[in-house]
Ligand binder design. Structure first.
Ligand SMILES: [Zn+2]
Length: 203
């Protein structure tokens, strides 16, 4: 089951993905009390970050400490979290403590409690983009936001990398895409969106 929390102050999505009494949290923009309400009695086996912009990563260490779990993110996230100019928090957010982090590179599978999560590094919106795939549900952060692609003009953004990411989505097997903002979409819809963007970006 996937539950979506829309963070109060920036309208970013946080997801609690659960299986029985186990869960993981995707992204960390909602304050801890909002997340605790949804987690309830479930045991948390990881905090997964889709990228390093502050509106997705702000509370990661708080969640990790509260729930006694690790944070999983692309290794490229460090430069974003360390630098408010790159995470766009206007000087508000800077992380120096990475002791709770486990860094991911390339592609692979994580076993978090009884849950299996595939991950794949992406790019385009930031160097730290990574997506997570659980049982037919993909979490893509801001690479693709509904019918739009994420901004390419921020630190580490790249049109070429965005095209590579979009090509990967076409090949991936999923049913539902969850973005960092806004509603979910089906693969059928997202494939149409992706093909349009690939044509646009190739002009
Ligand atoms: Zn972003």
């Amino acid at each position: 089951m996937t539950e979506r929390i829309v963070s109060e102050f920036i309208e970013s999505n946080v997801f609690v993905v659960s299986k029985g009494n186990e869960c993981v949290i995707v992204d960390a923009a909602a304050n801890l009390s909002e997340v605790k309400k949804v987690v309830g009695e479930k045991k948390v086996f990881g905090v997964l970050l889709t990228h390093g912009h502050y509106d997705h990563s702000l509370y990661a260490n708080e969640y990790a400490k509260e729930f006694g779990t690790k944070i999983f993110a692309s290794e490229a996230i460090v430069e974003y979290l360390q630098n408010p100019d790159y995470n766009y928090s206007e000087g508000q957010f800077k992380l120096n403590d990475f002791s709770n982090f486990q860094f991911l590179n390339g592609e692979g599978t994580l076993n978090l409690g009884g849950m299996k999560v595939d991950f794949c590094q992406l790019g385009g919106h930031s160097k730290s983009d990574i997506c997570f795939l659980f049982d037919g549900e993909i979490f893509v952060g801001d690479v693709l936001i509904g019918r739009d692609i994420g901004r390419l003009d921020l630190h580490g953004g790249s049109k070429k990398e965005m095209k590579n990411s979009l090509e990967k989505f076409l090949k991936m097997d999923y049913q539902i895409m969850h973005s960092g903002h806004g509603e979910d979409n089906s693969k059928e819809v997202q494939d149409k969106v992706v093909k349009l963007w690939l044509r646009f970006l190739s002009r």
